[in-house]
Design a protein around this ligand. Structure first.
Ligand SMILES: Cc1cc2nc3c(=O)[nH]c(=O)nc-3n(C[C@H](O)[C@H](O)[C@H](O)COP(=O)(O)O)c2cc1C
Length: 219
């Protein structure tokens, strides 16, 4: 690993939520592929990878999101790329989706069944996330935020700005994107979005709580 701690810290200081993009500057396809690869390589609980990254460059779709996307409307004309992050619905221990997680690891037969039993205990007893469709979706959505963070940090490391987006009407955005054929709403839902591009003006960094308030060592 050749990157220095200071390089990484500099990237964290550089990364601020970018609300004003320079519409004349586009992120290259190569750089977007790099950012999306960071999402794909991100860790997820039990290796579930319950995400899809949909790059929405279509002007009409972006226009349709504006009236129901109060937190992103002002960025949609000028950001270079808009990535909608989908989370899997109903990733329950007994679903084909979770079975495929184990198949990807090369498990079969009794070992696969034993793995599914572990998932059942985990989801039903330990985390209590198999209780209903919403808790299952929320579990998947939590995983997508890891990918979100990694993509934004990786972008910052190469000087690309970003803004995470939760400021939108979830029902409306899900409907618009599903009706456009981007996903099957029985299987997937929008977890979050993120814009990428280049800032058009300096951004003053927001304050952070002091380290003593957020870090505790127990020794
Ligand atoms: C999950 C998440 C959702 C956010 N949604 C929005 C949004 O919809 N619109 C927006 O302009 N900023 C959004 N933000 C940016 C936050 O307001 C910002 O990260 C926070 O104020 C800290 O500032 P900084 O990112 O510049 O350090 C979001 C941030 C996170 C982490």
């Amino acid at each position: 690993m050749s990157v220095s701690k200071q390089d990484v810290l500099d990237a964290f200081h550089f990364r601020t939520a970018c609300r004003y993009y320079d519409g004349s500057r586009k992120v290259s396809r190569e750089d977007m592929d790099y950012i999306l690869e960071l999402g794909r390589l991100s860790p997820s609980s039990v290796g579930s990878e319950p995400w899809q990254f949909v790059v929405v460059q279509d002007k009409a779709l972006r226009e349709a999101i504006k009236p129901v996307g109060w937190g992103v409307a002002g960025q949609l004309d000028d950001c270079s790329h808009l990535v909608v992050i989908l989370a899997k619905k109903n990733a329950r221990y007994d679903s084909d989706f979770m079975r495929e997680v184990l198949l990807r690891r090369g498990l079969s037969g009794e070992k696969l069944e034993a793995g599914l039993a572990v998932y059942k205990k985990f989801q039903v007893e330990d985390m209590k996330q198999a209780e209903n469709a919403q808790t299952l979706f929320d579990w998947a959505a939590k995983q997508t935020y890891i990918a979100l963070g990694n993509m934004m940090t990786g972008a910052a490391l190469i000087g690309i700005d970003s803004c995470p987006i939760e400021g939108f009407e979830y029902e409306a955005v899900n409907r618009i994107l599903a009706e456009a054929g981007l996903f099957d709403p029985a299987e997937w839902g929008v977890a979050t979005m993120v814009t990428f591009g280049y800032r058009s003006k300096d951004i003053s960094r927001k304050a952070r709580k002091p380290v003593e308030e957020v870090v505790r060592w127990v020794e």
